[in-house]
Design a protein. Structure first.
Lengths: 234, 243
């Protein structure tokens, strides 16, 4: 990345972080939503029978919460830019479109990771307390979280940019985002579940899931990078 | 400045068409504008005025045809062109959760301005907002936002300034400041202004263009304009509706 692009990238990222620290709109709404989702899951599953093992579905519950939570933040991150025509001002400046894409995506990634870091302890307390888990493999969960969140933030930023000018943008984003998240969800849930259960077979499944997630990230980020300029000029 | 540079038209628009689905917001628009001219664009709502400015400022890609600003193509030379144009819109194009100073410093970084602190201080003083530089712009009145928006647009000393209904919603003081700033830089810059105010537009312009249903109805240099005929032509387009 050229030095001017790097300077612009840093300025955009700093601007997003300063604005978020000032308003806390995204972090508050995403954080509360994610925590409430965990509580709702817990209450809904509290009546399950004695044979029910929460570890069987814990990974799925966790990633569903993150997918829905991220949609809330993605919409808000672009709405900030649409307020008073700020996105136009940004697009008018001599910044390569991919720099804007990466700055917005990295900003969204940071906020999503903060929310995930707050949610994980609550998740562990509600669903894994007293369960037999392999501590050595559970320590690998942050790897899946980072890899999965990269895909969510990258694809989500592209789709949020597409949907922000549409009427019913929340609905449009959901209709585009959820189907595209399916392959990522598959890999991330596989890897997370394997990390929770552990064991030699679990490790193999973990790396298969991780390979799926990383492959998804590479393909979708390249596609998003290539499409972003076309989408903002369309 | 070499002779070749001097002779480059500020705008060269050829058969420019921009469609949204089947509707053509701009339909084969062609015209040239010499350097340091002031073009006022008039037309009814939905005539294609804002679409024309969006294409000329690289915010929208044309569907067909071509447009050059300062000899640079709006599609292939977009990044280079953006360094040399500015836009003042009826929208302030400012972040409400940043202070006035932070907004200008942020856009200074986007344009790679040398001595951003000095330039920002100079412009804040020019638009009489230096005493509010540390306040969030969400606390600003409409007039103050528009004054700050003028400072943002002038940060990088653009050669062509696009004004999309810049006087809309301004109080008389803010209008005077905008008039003063335009007068200061009038001789060295090219201006393209969208306006619904015929008197203001004709007072400022060196060229005037009437657009209706995405097509040029009239394009004349100021000295060739027969004002009663121009006003009558404009009035006749107002009922023509959307392109």
């Amino acid at each position: 990345m050229a030095s001017s692009s790097m300077r612009q990238f840093r300025a955009m990222l700093r601007k997003d972080i300063v604005m978020e620290l000032r308003t806390k709109e995204m972090l508050m709404s995403m954080g509360l939503y994610s925590l409430l989702t965990m509580v709702v899951y817990f209450v809904a599953l509290s009546q399950a029978g004695a044979g029910f093992d929460p570890r069987d579905i814990a990974a799925g519950l966790l990633w569903l919460a993150f997918i829905f939570t991220s949609m809330l933040g993605l919409n808000r991150s672009l709405v900030h830019e649409k307020d008073q025509g700020c996105l136009e001002a940004l697009l008018l400046s001599p910044v390569d479109r991919p720099v804007i894409f990466f700055a917005k995506a990295i900003g969204n990634l940071i906020f999503l990771l903060v929310v995930e870091a707050l949610t994980i302890p609550v998740f562990a307390f509600l669903f894994l307390q007293g369960q037999s888990v392999d501590v050595s493999t559970v320590a690998l969960i942050p790897l899946v979280l980072v890899a999965g969140s990269v895909g969510i933030a990258g694809v989500g930023t592209l789709l949020a940019t597409m949907s922000v000018n549409t009427t019913g943008k929340d609905f449009v984003l959901a209709m585009l985002f959820i189907p595209l998240m399916y392959p990522l969800l598959l890999g991330a849930v596989t890897a997370t579940a394997a990390a929770i259960i552990g064991g030699p077979e679990g490790m193999s499944l973990f790396w298969t899931g991780m390979a799926w997630v990383v492959g998804y990230d590479v393909i979708m980020l390249l596609a998003s990078y290539g499409l972003y300029e076309f989408i903002v000029g369309a | 400045m070499g002779d070749e540079q001097r002779s480059v038209n500020a705008l060269e628009v050829r058969e420019l068409t921009r469609a949204f689905g089947v509707r053509k917001a701009l339909d084969a628009v062609s015209f040239d504008l010499p350097p340091r001219a002031f073009l006022s664009i008039f037309g009814p709502n939905g005539a294609g005025k804002t679409t024309l400015v969006k294409v000329l400022t690289t915010l929208l890609n044309p569907t067909s045809g071509s447009a050059k600003v300062l000899g640079l193509d709006v599609v292939s030379d977009a990044v280079e062109m953006r360094k040399r144009i500015g836009l003042i819109s009826h929208n302030p194009l400012l972040y409400p959760d940043l202070t006035a100073e932070e907004n200008l410093l942020f856009f200074s970084e986007m344009y790679g301005i040398e001595d951003p602190q000095g330039r920002v201080a100079e412009l804040l003083e020019a638009v009489e907002l230096d005493h509010r530089k540390l306040d969030l712009t969400r606390t600003f009145s409409r007039g103050m936002l528009q004054r700050l928006s003028i400072a943002r647009a002038l940060l990088h000393r653009p050669e062509v300034l696009f004004l999309d209904e810049p006087y809309s919603g301004l109080d008389p003081h803010a209008m005077d400041i905008l008039d003063g700033l335009i007068a200061q830089i009038r001789d060295e810059h090219t201006f393209v202004m969208i306006s619904h105010d015929l008197d203001k537009g004709l007072e400022l312009c060196s060229h005037a263009l009437i657009l209706a249903r995405g097509k040029i109805v009239m394009f004349e240099p100021r000295e060739a304009i027969d004002e009663p005929v121009f006003r009558e032509t404009y009035r006749s387009t107002v009922g023509m509706g959307v392109a």
